[in-house]
Design a binder for this molecule. Sequence first.
Ligand SMILES: NC(=O)c1ccc[n+]([C@@H]2O[C@H](COP(=O)([O-])OP(=O)(O)OC[C@H]3O[C@@H](n4cnc5c(N)ncnc54)[C@H](OP(=O)(O)O)[C@@H]3O)[C@@H](O)[C@H]2O)c1
Length: 308
Amino acid sequence: MADSRRVIVTGATGLIGRRLCEQLSAKGYQVVVFSRDPQKAQRSLPGAAEYVAWTPSESGPWASAIDGAYGVIHMAGAPILGKRWSEAYKAEIVSSRVIGTRGLVNAMRAAQNKPRVFVSGSAVGYYGARDDTKLDESAAPGSDFLAQVAIQWEGEASKAEELGIRTVLVRTGIVLDPSEGALPQMSLPFRFYGGGPILPGTQWFPWIHIDDEVGLILLALEDERARGPLNASAPEPQTNRDFSKTLGKVMGSPSWFPVPGFGLRILLGEVAGMLTEGQRVIPKKALDLGYKFKYPTSEQALRQLLKK
Ligand SMILES: NC(=O)c1ccc[n+]([C@@H]2O[C@H](COP(=O)([O-])OP(=O)(O)OC[C@H]3O[C@@H](n4cnc5c(N)ncnc54)[C@H](OP(=O)(O)O)[C@@H]3O)[C@@H](O)[C@H]2O)c1
């Protein structure tokens, strides 16, 4: 019998993972942290039941820790933003997700007592760069680099279904957190009255508050009806221009200084496409399952996150 409280988390030390582990522990789960550096993980994230050395590989001594666990939540992967995408780094973005996922599924296949549920990370980048079309989980994938990554990543994770393990693919939008990720960088120019949209400004910005991101991962873990892709983005997405206006309003600063897309391309390279293009993602499955977003609008989310 799988232990109903034991949950494995990869990427536990990351932006999403840390908040997730806090909530899992608060709910009485025994959190088993899989990390490339378990000692460091223990220092930065105390309070877990166990810390296990794990790397994204097809197999390893860590595999035995999966036997008998109730669930596996897989959030690890080389960061997408923050580095230029050289060919070598692109290969790391792919392999850290695809090989990591394959190894976890291999371990589930070998387990005598298989986990009941596998929650695997994915991203709204699955849909590629899109126009104003509303995209629910049934929408077709895109064809750019991030879409290719998400397709391969989800393809590996879905193999757990063949083992009879309920599998949920959490297609995460841009996570808004007060101290890490996109928001501190986006809000910085507004502090100096120099904020504005990223041009063209008409691109959609599929954001989600960190509390709802964690709420949806918990839904995926606990609700037996959740299965397959699950969009994790707010129900009221905005264009970059409108989001920027809301950010300015909340911070009491104008949104007058647009950032030219070509400048970002020179500065950041191919990764700039994540900011100059977007998707109008709708969290249809979450809403159909009755999930109540704590922060459905950007104004509510930003006021809470920025304490305004
Ligand atoms: N944050 C967002 O806005 C967002 C949006 C869409 C999708 N996602 C996806 O959701 C997942 C979690 O996001 P996050 O923002 O929490 O991630 P994060 O903070 O960048 O990192 C998650 C963890 O992944 C592990 N990791 C880092 N580099 C790695 C590598 N080269 N190989 C293997 N593991 C590595 C690290 O854990 P250890 O050092 O402990 O091993 C790290 O703490 C990611 O896969 C991300 O792509 C995030």
